[in-house]
Design a protein around this ligand. Structure first.
Ligand code: SAM
Length: 495
């Protein structure tokens, strides 16, 4: 039996974790449990997100490959060839009755009473992404229900996107490029800047205010020629952002678009954008996860569910059976809280009552996980036009590891690069894994931020995409807030 501790940063120093009781409880539970230790591996994470999709202890079946299953049949083995991974969250292990939780996870009927919201599926198409999209679409109602703005739920209480020093640095870089082009009489009349995933417009406002100020101060005439395009898939978010930058309306265009397919809407921008700015969006885009165990590759499949007790508490006041919650949640995702309240006034007399239901479902929502063999990487698609083969060097040179694919980020990145002017820059502040080994030393998501999902982004995969397309890419720690986990990605045409 293998025990893997991924929270390595927490094993030393004055506040070092004491693993002894955790390991003792695991050993005892295995002794008493129904799972053969020869087919069990144990992984311990520190899940830093207070709101997340995991119980403190969970069991993941590792589905045997067709080859292993056939061999077991050929050998006439009566044994179930399935293996298991027992996953523990060390952050919560001291706050629960660990022996009881372990005993329950290892018992065959541990999932009884759960209300499933979807069938098994790969992570990027789980219903959690519909909840995520609903959050941005119905943001004002959610905020009304919670009584605070979404930005207050972020670490530090505000987004780094508003950081003035970072904005100034970027604007001066642009001015230098434009000065140079102007000197050669090669500066186009229209100076395009694109922002994807605009949030409340705080970044756009800080950036445009600073742009106009520097333009005046340095005696350029670039502001008049600037076209600032804001793209987001939520019309509500766009409207709010637009309000926030109303001072710059003449320079602004707002476009409803999917950040994973920007060129669908922005075809006219091909080769023209001097800057594409994206902050905290890639970590909010759908992703699969893959895991390598004993040299074999598996896809992580998930199945969203509501735990038995939470489902009972949710259903009772509505006068419904727990099993009805699956249909109610699907209706919420289809209609949104306002129309749900219109459609079912007996359950939800007001929109805010529907929002309260939404928040409770989201808070209770957990993901079951299982590992399914991924035998043919070339048949797997990372994103449109990006085959799974691109993953091979990453998964094959890093040993046994679980990691995100970052499908949404990969799609967005690959589809945005062609929009860049030959001297243009794509600048992205986000939570990046820059060395795949970082997956072995810390938990990288998914977590919940308010009603949205957060996952770290697989930087080496984006680097591989950039390399194949003739772009250079660099990752640097976000320089303008000490202690920030944010990394800055810069991509531009390779010289
Ligand atoms: C976490 S917020 C970041 C806001 C802002 N850039 C910041 O750094 O504070 C994510 C933003 O991306 C948008 N978004 C998420 N997924 C998207 C998608 N597939 N297409 C377009 N916009 C998306 C959301 O509506 C939201 O405005």
């Amino acid at each position: 039996m293998l025990i893997e501790v991924r929270a390595t940063e927490r094993l030393r120093g004055p506040k070092a974790l004491d693993l002894t009781p955790v390991l003792a409880a695991v050993v005892q539970a295995v002794k008493d449990g129904a799972v053969d230790p020869a087919r069990l591996r144990v992984v311990c994470d520190w899940v830093q997100y207070r709101e997340n999709f995991r119980e403190p202890v969970l069991l993941r079946p590792i589905i045997p490959s067709a080859f292993d299953a056939a061999r077991a049949t050929r050998n006439g083995s009566a044994d179930d060839p399935a293996a298991y991974e027992l996953a523990l969250d060390l952050r919560r292990s001291g706050a629960i009755d660990l022996p009881q939780a372990l005993g329950r996870a290892l018992c065959p009927d541990h999932s009884l009473g759960r209300v499933y919201l979807e069938p098994w599926t790969r992570g990027s198409v789980s219903c959690i992404w519909k909840f995520n999209a609903l959050f941005w679409k119905a943001l004002p109602l959610w905020e009304q229900g919670v009584g605070r703005s979404y930005e207050q739920a972020l670490p530090g209480g505000e987004s780094d996107a508003r950081n003035l020093a970072a904005a100034r640095e970027l604007i001066l870089e642009l001015f230098a490029i434009w000065d140079d082009l102007a000197a050669r009489r090669a500066l186009p009349d229209e100076l395009y800047v694109l922002e994807l995933g605009v949030g409340n417009g705080g970044q756009a406002r800080a950036w445009l205010d600073e742009f106009r100020r520097l333009d005046r101060e340095l005696g350029r005439d670039y502001y008049r020629r600037l076209h600032y395009l804001m793209g987001d898939y939520s019309p509500t978010v766009l409207e709010r952002a637009r309000e926030h930058v109303r001072d710059h309306l003449e320079r602004l265009s707002c476009l409803v678009l999917d950040a994973t397919r920007p060129s669908e809407t922005l075809g006219f921008l091909r080769g023209k954008a001097f800057l594409v700015y994206i902050s905290n969006v890639y970590d909010n885009l759908p992703t699969d996860e893959v895991v390598r165990i004993g040299g074999h590759l598996y896809q992580v499949q998930v199945r969203a569910y509501l735990p038995e007790a939470a489902a009972r508490d949710l259903a009772e006041p509505l006068g419904r059976a727990p099993q009805d919650l699956s249909a109610l949640a699907a209706r919420l995702l289809r209609l949104g809280p306002e129309l749900l309240a219109d459609a079912l006034p007996d359950c939800f007399p007001t929109s805010l009552a529907a929002v309260a239901f939404w928040r409770q479902v989201w808070q209770a929502l957990r993901l079951e996980e299982r590992y399914v063999p991924l035998e043919e990487l070339d048949a797997y698609e990372v994103a449109p036009g990006i085959g799974g083969e691109l993953l091979r060097p990453i998964v094959e040179t890093n040993g046994d590891l679980r990691m995100h694919v970052g499908n949404g980020a990969a799609a967005s990145f690959a589809d945005t690069l062609p929009l860049l002017h030959p001297l243009g820059v794509l600048r992205c502040h986000d939570l990046f894994v820059t060395d795949v080994q970082q997956y072995a030393s810390g938990f990288r998501g998914p977590g919940k931020y308010d009603g949205s999902v957060v996952n770290w982004v697989n930087g080496p995969l984006l680097a591989a995409i950039a390399g194949r397309r003739g772009y250079s890419i660099g990752f640097t720690p976000f320089a303008h807030r000490p202690g920030s986990h944010i990394t800055t990605l810069t991509a531009q045409v390779r010289e």
